[in-house]
Ligand binder design. Structure first.
Ligand code: FE
Ligand code: CA
Length: 532
């Protein structure tokens, strides 16, 4: 018998026969749940059109379960997304085979208007390291079938694990052939590292167009997420396997920092906007209810473990950070450290004290062979100045050097084996050595870093980056001209990262084929990746 822990949902384990009976009741529009338990009466739903147009997703895999998600939206990009403001009953079922013949777990959930008619079911009681299939029903309609994969038991022997990490999928810039390839490569997990959605105004010179103006309200953010989620390749990738998430800036506002917007709005006004954006984010992703937003706060950072092989520490470096230094707010700012003493202020934080201590503690207590620090941006120091000048971007860790140094020290002192950073944001493939002392190329390499290129978002001018490489000896590789994602195969002895890529103009066709343009490996116990 499966043990269920579903705080938000009425749930039950039904025999196949009684499930079919319930489904018949649902289809007939009968109310199955005692309304006194629910506050408001859910309706079975009479939809004006197919309500599962946004697809299904699974996320946050644990060794005994994962979250399954959908959102009812017959007209996804319209302001009311085609739903009346009343709660709707949704049933779900889980099976071990894709044909869904033998349902092992089922139940019902309420899609409420306050949550944008999204459904998040925290499945528990499943077996470790296994794939499961799931689907939803509402009214007379059935969703597509999705697959989720539970993690192996924490600390148990695991020979190999394959995962992908992905970032920056500007919808207007191109299509998502990366996700078609990702499904074919069949990783066990997808880690999304930010810029799932871009908040920009529509631009008619791009291949696809954002609908509506830059979002500010909850309804506008919902519609913007919905337009992204209608992409067929993205939906297929969500249905294919379980994902884990962090966000970067564009899910809310370009280059925002905590309560500071790009345009320096009144923080109180911006926090209301942030609350709307975080709410729409939660409604749109298969996140556990521990991430359910409260006003402008959403607890996103978490650790996910895979056997004795991998720990993922997934960070949030947007919500708790100090403001950018020296009033270089918004707009891709750079600073000359000689002209900005605030830059080195040790009180300035990237993660916030609580998250930093949580991470340091995770690393100290970890027994995993590979300790992944999954976060949004480039971690290594990068001097982008010319002609002897020193310039640092302030929107990434370059704007928070004291916080970065502290984290490097804590990693070095933690005893955690094989720390590996993975990141996004810069729309290019990077490989770097994380040094104990950036000024001394001979100092100890504390960790390895891979930054993955964008799914679509535009990369920078390669010639300019080439010019900066000699003054950044710990940066081993930069390639801005390819679009795609990084695919990692990890064993006890070796970590391999493949750059799955197509040329920049490959994203003009949704079915462009990606290839492995190169791969880098890390040997166990030897930080620093090497081109294979
Ligand atoms: Fe981006
Ligand atoms: Ca970004």
């Amino acid at each position: 018998m499966n043990h269920l822990h579903l705080p938000d949902q009425k749930h039950s384990v039904l025999s196949r026969r009684s499930l079919l009976r319930s489904a018949a009741f649902l289809a007939g529009g009968a109310l199955l749940l005692p309304t006194r338990l629910l506050g408001a009466s859910p309706v079975a739903g009479y939809f004006r059109d197919y309500p599962f147009k946004l697809g299904v997703a699974s996320g946050d895999p644990l060794s005994d379960g994962f979250v399954i998600w959908t959102r009812l939206a017959p007209y996804p990009t319209e302001i009311d997304y085609g739903m009346d403001p009343e709660p709707v009953l949704v049933s779900w079922e889980v099976a071990e085979q894709e044909n869904m013949n033998r349902v092992i777990l089922s139940g019902t959930a309420i899609a409420s208007p306050a949550m944008g008619h999204s459904v998040h079911v925290d499945l528990r009681g499943l077996r470790p390291g296994r794939e499961y299939f799931y689907r939803f029903r509402a009214g007379d309609y059935e969703s597509r079938i999705g697959r989720g994969i539970t993690a192996p038991v924490v600390g148990s022997p695991l020979d190999e694990f394959r995962f992908a990490f992905v970032s920056c999928q500007h919808y207007e810039r191109g299509y998502y052939p990366a996700y078609r390839d990702l499904v074919e490569q069949d990783p066990r997990l997808v880690v999304f590292l930010g810029d799932y959605m871009y908040e920009n105004n529509p631009n008619r010179f791009n291949v696809r167009r954002h609908e509506g103006p830059e979002p500010v309200t909850l309804a506008q953010y919902r519609a913007r997420y919905a337009s992204y989620k209608l992409d067929a390749h993205l939906q297929a990738a969500h249905a294919h396997t379980s994902w884990a998430f962090t966000w970067d800036d564009h899910e809310v506002d370009n280059n925002y920092a905590n309560d500071q917007s790009q345009d320096l709005d009144d923080p109180e006004v911006f926090l209301r906007r942030r609350a709307a954006a975080y709410q729409a984010y939660y409604e749109s992703m298969p996140l556990r209810s521990s991430a359910r937003p409260q006003g402008p706060a959403l607890h996103l950072y978490q650790r996910l473990s895979f056997g004795n092989l991998l720990d993922f520490n997934i960070l949030d470096n947007r919500q708790y950070r100090s403001d950018h230094p020296c009033d270089y707010d918004g707009g891709g700012p750079v600073v000359d450290p000689q002209l900005c003493s605030e830059l080195d202020d040790p009180a300035r934080t990237m993660l916030g004290e609580t998250q930093h201590r949580w991470l340091a503690n995770n690393l100290r207590s970890s027994r995993a062979r590979w300790n992944v620090i999954a976060q949004q941006t480039l971690f290594a120091q990068f001097n982008r100045g010319r002609n002897g000048q020193t310039l640092y971007s302030t929107d990434g860790w370059g704007g928070y050097p004291a916080a970065r140094d502290r984290l490097v020290r804590d990693i070095a002192n933690s005893g955690a084996t094989n720390p590996v950073f993975i990141g996004g944001d810069v729309h290019a493939n990077w490989v770097t050595d994380i040094k104990e002392d950036w000024r001394n190329p001979l100092s100890r390499t504390v960790a390895t870093e891979f930054v993955g290129t964008s799914v679509t978002s535009g990369g920078g001018d390669m010639a300019e980056y080439d010019l900066t490489l000699p003054q950044n000896p710990h940066i081993k590789f930069i390639e801005t001209r390819e679009r795609g994602y990084n695919l990692c195969t990890v064993t006890a002895n070796q970590w391999r990262t493949e750059h799955r890529s197509c040329p920049d103009d490959g994203i003009l066709d949704p079915d462009t084929r990606l290839t492995t343009t190169r791969s880098f490996v890390i040997e166990n116990g030897r930080p620093g990746a090497v081109l294979e």
